[in-house]
Design a protein around this ligand. Structure first.
Ligand code: FAD
Length: 468
């Protein structure tokens, strides 16, 4: 049977593209080599990590965070197996949800490894080795990403002692000590999970700051907060070796600026140095599909590769490796293939770190505005001056709004604080509509809410906050 669209990969990019295309009347098949749909995000990424972040936060809160509220005498007992069971059940309900959506939208889900034979043809090899060839008007490569190693260092990831994020969400006991190589989002989130459950966590980061690329003031303050929680963070440290030892593993690192090397031991080492686009075995070279110098599938402004009829979206192409970016590209591409005008606004893609407190950001950082020579103004408001935050003992953090100095148009928003990942969206919507800090500051916000700090920061950008 000929399809309008064959999608290779059922992660947030691929499955969302498939559903949207089917909703728009196209005949769609999705090829997935995993046993379940949903890609990295639903199986071993966003969803299981958030299940563990929530459960471990509840544990930690019960253990340390309730006495000041007058709730005493709690001594929670950890049942890690049950916690992992909650994570697995969460994954199952989400991946089953994708299977349901395929059925509902009459999408053919085909289990097997896809290979591009050229425009219009995809070969699928099942686990049993049987091959079939699908004919289609358009092919979408949505094969995502895989764990990247440490540049210049040979690391044997066995997912037991030296683990990637995939092993780190499935440990069968709480390690006494955990070294996280890489102070990015994934390392800090999973480091937080195990620290809350009792592990001594050391983070080794090459850059001078954790969360490289985030607003500098935000990452500095956030680093202090994590250190206060007990995370040992070593920045400006270049890892030169990760090796197994008698009782675990050891990591050797030296100051990036030069100096003596240090070796530390731990039960578990988590390698969280980023991800690489995944195109292994896809036959792209044979099909003449060009990659860029970082191994990503090269695409034009309409997600099309250099071979007409072959498109790519998500982690396998340029841009932030985020599930919602992949999803939005999936929707836009489906619209384009259905003859509509699909578009993604890459200037307004929020990023969230789901630690406690959360860190959320959208648009430009101060560093980016300075580098671009844009004249800007800053409005800031701390949660310590917000009534709801005081009531919840969630006063750590602040909101920062960056607006164009002349036009007052909001160019960026950054939040560190409880619930930051939800609050960031009002700034995102405002930016989508080209709104100003005055627009945000004059919008009535319910009292008492954490979101009032967003309004106050906006008031600060165009005039003065009231409560400070
Ligand atoms: P993927 O989700 O990687 O899906 C690609 C799919 O293609 C996979 O299922 C793979 O099996 C399949 N595939 C590959 N090659 C073939 C082939 N030849 N034939 C058939 N199938 C193939 N992002 C967020 O936005 N928020 C988060 O909180 C978040 N947390 C994360 C936590 C962790 C631990 C990790 C690892 C990632 C996290 N991410 C998060 C990133 C997010 O998972 C990715 O950005 C997202 O999954 C990318 O979607 P995708 O559709 O491009 O690819």
């Amino acid at each position: 049977m000929a399809y309008d669209l064959v999608v290779i990969g059922s992660g947030p990019g691929g499955y969302v593209c498939a559903v949207k295309a089917a909703q728009l009347g196209l005949k769609v098949a999705v090829v997935e080599k995993r046993a379940t749909y949903g890609g990295t995000c639903l199986n071993v990424g966003c969803i299981p990590s958030k299940a563990l972040l929530h459960a471990s936060e509840m544990y930690s809160h019960a253990a340390h965070g309730m006495e000041a509220l007058g709730v005493e005498g709690l001594t929670p007992k950890l049942n890690l197996e049950k916690m992992m069971g909650h994570k697995d059940a969460t994954v199952k309900s989400n991946v089953d949800g994708v299977a349901f959506l395929f059925k509902k939208n009459k999408i053919d889900g085909i289990q097997g490894t896809g290979r591009v034979l050229g425009a219009g043809k995809v070969a699928v090899t099942s686990d049993k080795g049987e091959e079939q060839v699908l004919e289609t008007k358009a092919i979408v490569i949505a094969t995502g990403s895989d764990v990247a190693g440490i540049p210049g260092v040979k690391v044997d990831i066995d997912e037991k002692v030296i683990v990637s994020s995939t092993g780190a969400i499935a440990l069968d006991k709480v390690p006494e000590s955990l070294i996280v190589v890489g102070g990015g989002v994934i390392g800090l989130e999973l480091g937080s999970v195990w620290m809350r459950l009792g592990a001594k966590v050391t983070v080794v980061e090459y850059l001078d700051t954790i969360l490289g690329g985030m607003d500098g003031e935000v990452s500095k303050q956030f680093q202090r907060m994590l250190a206060k929680q007990g995370m040992d963070i070593r920045v400006g440290a270049k890892v030169t070796a990760v090796e197994k030892s008698k009782d675990g593993a050891k990591v050797t690192f030296e100051p990036v600026k030069g100096g003596e090397a240090t070796t530390i031991d731990a039960d578990i080492v988590l390698v969280a140095t980023g991800r690489r686009p995944y195109t292994d075995g896809l036959g792209l070279a044979e099909a003449g599909v060009a990659l860029d110098n970082r191994g990503r599938v090269e695409i034009d402004g309409h997600f099309q590769t250099n071979v007409p009829g072959i498109y790519a979206i998500g982690d396998v192409v340029r841009g932030p490796m985020l599930a919602h970016k992949a999803e939005d590209e999936g929707v836009a591409l489906a619209e384009i293939l259905a003859g509509q005008a699909g578009h993604v606004n890459y200037d307004v893609i929020p990023g969230v770190v789901y630690t406690q407190p959360e860190v959320a950001s959208v648009g430009k950082t101060e560093e980016e505005l300075k580098a671009a020579g844009v004249a800007y103004k800053v409005g800031k408001f701390p949660f310590s001056a917000n009534g709801r935050a005081r009531a919840m003992l969630a006063t750590d953090g602040f909101v920062k709004i960056l607006a164009d100095k002349e036009t007052d148009r909001v160019l960026g928003g950054h939040i560190v604080g409880f619930g930051a990942g939800e609050m960031i969206h009002e700034i995102a919507v405002l930016m989508e509509f080209g709104g100003s800090s005055e627009d945000l500051g004059r919008t009535c916000h319910a009292h008492p809410t954490m979101s009032e700090a967003v309004k106050e920061a906006a008031l600060g950008a165009f005039f003065k906050p009231i409560h400070m």
